[in-house]
Design a protein around this ligand. Structure first.
Ligand code: CTP
Length: 397
């Protein structure tokens, strides 16, 4: 059970904060809501007070509140501060250290870990000023979640949507038996080392060109995040992606399949390895000079890359639970079963990538184990990650 100080910013996603309060309460957490002036145009203090079963704070200048619980005390009484939704304006104030109202004053006065869940129009999210502010918050040690991508209330499409309340709660480093605990603290995977690969690999063709694939890294990053939240020590070996490092995860960035292989091998031993990366099977012999148009028609000669999953399957330090992914466009289950045996993995998480799974936020998977195949319903990549980590926890504990 944790005490969450929930700061609600003034954006359309504020109504989702009410849903988040409900989930948090169901998980046994105490929630103290604080609303900015803007937030009160979207949700009322009354509905939040009812859902949170707690007083709701809105003003720095409420004499009664200030006498009962001063704002400094309020900022420190919680175990964790969550800003949800964090609007572009609120993020800008946080980055600048402005204290202009109760919410921003609490954020400046707190000595507790802070998580920020941004939600805004895609142009506002992509604006260089917002990106600069986000980078500043991360540099200040704040756990900034990535917004989801999809259709927005304003009619546009892109990143900027508030993630699902479950995903936000799963990303909070909270200590308790019913929800994921502090990374590195007590949890079902405490004391376990989980190794995750994620993203694509890039194989150079010449100094300026690479062979790549469409993997976004989102599923692997979500798994690393869920493993850390379950208490594991997590090593995330990431190909070239522009995702932020999940809270409590130690990350090694690599470019090529060979580098990913080497990083995995030097990160052993591990109790669990989840190989989510889309590793290039082949690499061309790169030219050391930039290839010119006149050099064509081009012929590339390929040699094979090491198969990281298969190498782990036969390694003397083979992780106790070895899990591979299989991105397939046809004969999904049959191909996955074949891969499980060939690569000596315990489980294969198979997904059909003939649609827009790669780069998207949702996934439909089939878990292929030695004796059965479980078909999971389509869900967000965060929900898939949580379910997989729950299954891993049940299996190895
Ligand atoms: N994998 C790996 N190293 C490679 C290729 C794949 O570790 N060089 C891992 C992936 O991370 C994934 C699993 O093996 O966990 C299956 O990857 P996939 O690309 O689907 O399999 P391939 O062996 O490349 O099979 P195919 O190209 O025939 O589908």
């Amino acid at each position: 059970m944790a005490r969450i100080l929930l700061i609600i910013g003034g954006g359309i996603a504020a109504y989702k904060a009410a849903e988040l309060v409900r989930h948090a309460r169901k998980g046994g957490h105490e929630v103290t809501p604080v609303l900015t002036d803007g937030a009160q145009h979207f949700v009322t203090p009354m509905s939040l007070a009812a859902l949170a079963e707690s007083p709701v704070y809105t003003s720095l200048w409420d004499l009664k509140d200030e006498v009962e619980m001063g704002h400094i005390e309020l900022s420190r009484a919680a175990d964790h501060v969550l800003v949800c939704p964090a609007t572009a304006g609120l993020i800008a104030k946080m980055a600048a250290g402005l204290a202009t109202d109760l919410a921003t004053t609490l954020l400046l006065a707190t000595d507790k870990p802070v998580t920020v869940a941004p939600a805004m129009n895609v142009r506002m999210w992509e604006h260089p000023a917002t990106q600069r502010n986000i980078a500043q918050l991360r540099a200040d040690g704040i756990n900034v979640l990535d917004p989801d991508e999809g259709p927005m209330a304003c009619g546009e499409f892109g990143p900027g949507r508030l993630p699902d309340p479950e995903a936000i709660l799963a990303a909070l480093p909270l200590g308790d038996a019913t929800t994921p605990p502090l990374a590195g603290a007590e949890g079902p995977l405490t004391g376990k080392h989980v190794l995750v690969t994620a993203g694509p690999t890039h194989e150079p063709i010449d100094p300026v060109r690479v062979l790549a694939n469409k993997s976004s890294g989102k599923q692997g990053f979500a798994i690393a995040q869920a493993a850390a939240a379950a208490g594991a020590r997590v090593t995330l070996i990431a190909g070239p992606v522009s995702l932020p490092t999940p809270f409590g995860v130690s990350r090694i960035d690599v470019t090529t399949a060979q580098e990913m292989h080497d990083a995995v091998m030097t990160s052993l031993p591990a109790d669990v390895a989840v190989m989510v990366a889309a590793v290039a099977d082949w690499r061309p012999q790169p030219s050391d000079k930039k290839l010119k148009k006149g050099d064509g028609p081009l012929e590339l000669k390929f040699s094979s890359n090491p198969d990281i999953l298969a190498t782990l399957g036969e390694h003397p330090d083979r992780p106790g639970l070895l899990i591979g992914f299989a991105a397939e466009t046809h004969d999904v289950i049959e191909n996955a079963k074949g891969k499980r045996e060939r690569k000596k993995a315990d489980w294969i998480v198979a997904n059909d990538v003939s649609g827009d799974v790669m780069g998207g936020d949702r996934n439909t998977i089939h878990l292929v184990t030695a004796d059965r195949v479980d078909d999971w319903e389509e869900a967000t990549k965060h929900a898939v990650a949580q379910k997989l980590i729950d299954r891993i926890s049940d299996t190895i504990s």
